[in-house]
Design a protein around this ligand. Structure first.
Ligand code: RM4
Ligand code: MN
Ligand code: MN
Length: 396
């Protein structure tokens, strides 16, 4: 029971940030299906995120995207969020939707376009300060589509030079999370294609730059949990964009396609939290857990809650791993005994544990059922209607 109490405390200590763009209309490049009640403004997105937080008890911050969520008065927005019981989390600059960015942003061949891109990130740093956020997440759509289109090393130098300027403008309490992705929209090369490139850039910048792992940004078969382990061991894992993928950067509900991978990721994180090396343990404890999800056909608020529940499930299962027996199996070279320790934890039904954890948090034992019972989705559908409006997604 004492053990169960400790596990429940750790289940309830997890915090997951939800993204503003997950509440507005979004979709694929083929079609954005407008949904009744989809949030149209940043205030509506914050209200929906606040509902997710009320139902789950563990989602008190919301990532925003600039310019999709830009407002004139940031103090007012900060107060609006606080009144809803949430705060503004990571600021995500948008370096891919201006006509100027056809050939890239920080890696663009033209100095004028690079200037525009740097200025945009500087504005985002300023916004972070105004709204009280300690995170800027940077994803570059930069890359090339054809061999020979641009000089790959020159692009790297341009990106680095711009990032140096950005880094030097950061206040001491801000972290820059550098996200990588191996393809799209550049289909021949991407300027920050993998964790190693992102890590090398972070090392060149300094300790406030850390790598962001978006679980959907890897080629098929890549061992994402090993990447997580490597980044933890060098103290440079900054955060996650959790989502699920089957084929590409699908941005599906977290844990919907490969829940075992999610469990193995948490296995690495929890092991590192207790590492004897203080740098590793500190890094693991400061990881920013964020969802980066875009809903195409699924109801948005329900989908977000489903992701949070799936994250909690994987986290809870990883908390049950018997580390003594695991290490014992590893020491003895008993390959299958060690493997079975992980499977035992993974196969445990943690639903009763999560229900107990939710009771202690003072939220409903089943947040999805509670959402249905609240009538929230029907109410916002009535009030907001079905608007093909301003979520930021092309065609939305
Ligand atoms: C990108 C990447 C970024 C997200 C955008 C909307 O693929 O994952 O994190 O901000 O999509
Ligand atoms: Mn992402
Ligand atoms: Mn993505």
């Amino acid at each position: 029971m004492a053990l169960e109490g400790r596990v429940i405390d750790r289940i309830n200590a997890l915090r997951v940030e939800t993204p503003s763009w997950g509440y507005g209309n979004s979709g694929t490049r083929f079609k954005v299906f407008a949904q009744p009640g989809a949030a149209r403004t940043i205030e509506e997105k914050l209200s929906d995120a606040a509902m997710v937080n009320r139902l789950t008890g563990i989602c008190p911050s919301v990532a925003i995207h600039i310019p999709w969520d830009r407002v004139d008065d940031w103090d007012r927005l900060r107060e609006f969020a606080a009144a809803q019981g949430v705060s503004i989390g990571a600021i995500n600059p948008n370096l891919f939707q201006d006509d100027e960015y056809m050939l890239g942003s920080l890696g663009h061949p033209s100095a004028a376009t690079r200037r525009q891109a740097v200025n945009h990130v500087l504005e985002c740093i300023d916004i972070a300060t105004k709204v009280g956020s300690s995170l800027v997440s940077l994803w570059l759509a930069d890359g090339t589509n054809y061999p020979g289109q641009d000089d790959l090393r020159a692009r790297r130098r341009r990106v680095l030079e711009c990032l140096r300027e950005i880094y030097s403008a950061m206040p001491a309490d801000l972290r820059l999370l550098v996200e990588y992705k191996f393809f799209e929209p550049g289909f021949y090369s991407t300027d920050l294609p993998d964790w190693g490139t992102a890590f090398a850039i972070c090392i060149e910048l300094g300790p406030q730059a850390e790598v962001l792992v978006d679980t959907g940004h890897h080629a098929h078969g890549v061992n994402v949990e090993q990447i997580v382990a490597q980044l933890l061991d060098v103290g440079r894992l900054g955060g996650f964009h959790f989502n699920a993928r089957k084929y590409a950067d699908d941005d599906l509900i977290v844990g919907s396609t490969n829940p075992f991978e999610l469990f193995l990721i948490f296995n690495e994180l929890l092991a590192a939290e207790d590492d004897a090396d203080g740098t590793v343990a500190r890094c693991a404890r400061n990881v920013a857990y964020m969802i980066d999800q875009s809903h195409n056909i699924e109801p948005k608020i329900e989908a977000m809650i489903q992701s949070v529940v799936n994250i909690q499930t994987a986290h809870a299962k990883a908390l049950l791993i018997d580390r003594n027996r695991l290490h014992d199996g590893q020491r003895r070279g008993d390959v299958l005994a060690a493997n079975r320790v992980l499977l035992e934890a993974y196969e445990t039904d943690v639903r009763p544990l999560l229900q107990e954890a939710r009771k202690r948090l003072g939220v409903d034992v089943d947040p999805i059922v509670a959402l249905g019972a609240s009538g929230y989705s029907e109410r916002v559908a009535r009030e907001r209607g079905k608007a093909a409006a301003a979520s930021g997604y092309p065609g939305a």
